[in-house]
Design a protein around this ligand. Sequence first.
Ligand SMILES: NC(=O)NC(NC(N)=O)C(=O)[O-]
Length: 328
Amino acid sequence: MTDFTALPDLAVRTLGGSVVAASDESFAAKENLVNPWAPAFSPETFGPKGQLYDGWETARRRSGGHDWALVRLGLPGVVRGVVVDTAWFKGNYPPRASVEACAVDGYPADLSGADWVEIVPESPLEGDTAHSFPVDAERLFTHVRLNMFPDGGIARLRVHGEVVPDPRLLAGLTVDLAALENGARVTECSDMFYSSPDNMLFPGLARNQAEGWETARRRDGGHDWAVVRLAAPGVIRLAEIDTANLKFNAPGSAALHGRDAAGDWHPVLPRTDLLPDTRHRFRVTSPEVTHVRLDIHPDGGIARLRLLGDLTEAGARAVEGRWNALKH
Ligand SMILES: NC(=O)NC(NC(N)=O)C(=O)[O-]
């Protein structure tokens, strides 16, 4: 993976990320840092405290020190890179920023005793710019702290990485083997013109068309597809293909195939007609599979793909081994 921004943003609110504390948020709320949408701006729009910004903005410091914001990742994982985006902050961006990270177990309210490590050293920033900082730390983190020196506004903090699921939340349960939060990901697809196929694997229901995966209109007689690497090798028992919000651009039909550890493909759901704006659920059986390919005919959008099933024993061991290797 060369472009870390293709990895899920572990901090984004729609994956459960939360800005839990900040040194100051006088001008604009710390929570904006993890908004899923691109930063917006309307010039000459003043509230009682100043110009309104879709970001986190602190007061001008007059007595030294620096500002910070603490973010709990929605999904714990290995961070591969961070984007510090000063979009629209032109005369009030911080000249420098750094990022630290830590891992804690459970839900502690006080992180002062946590073992913080620097994952982005203090680095210069420009105004109105998305700064990408690759991160080289082969370990699991649950929280990050964004520091800005000395003060100012940052629109977004994106923390891209690989989800590392907690084996205690999967062992012995029937789970969604295609869920991003369980460690699944789309590894290949035919088209991502309008939106990322990983959107299909997000938690909850899609609220609009943009929250799903949508391909361009095909004119070549072919069809679109996406391959999901499952959270772990498992057996699928129920497939959900949700076309919610796709009223005039749902695929006409879809099929599912599973790939076993030897690389052979097996039918899981035969090609089946789909309706627009409908949550279709099918009882299915599958052999032990590591990947599932969704074929949609000919093109269109899928709001959510859920593959409920059971981890194999080897799959459960793999999840536990990865967690143990990456936790500190
Ligand atoms: N025009 C501004 O944006 N001024 C300031 N910020 C806000 N939000 O008004 C400032 O000085 O940092």
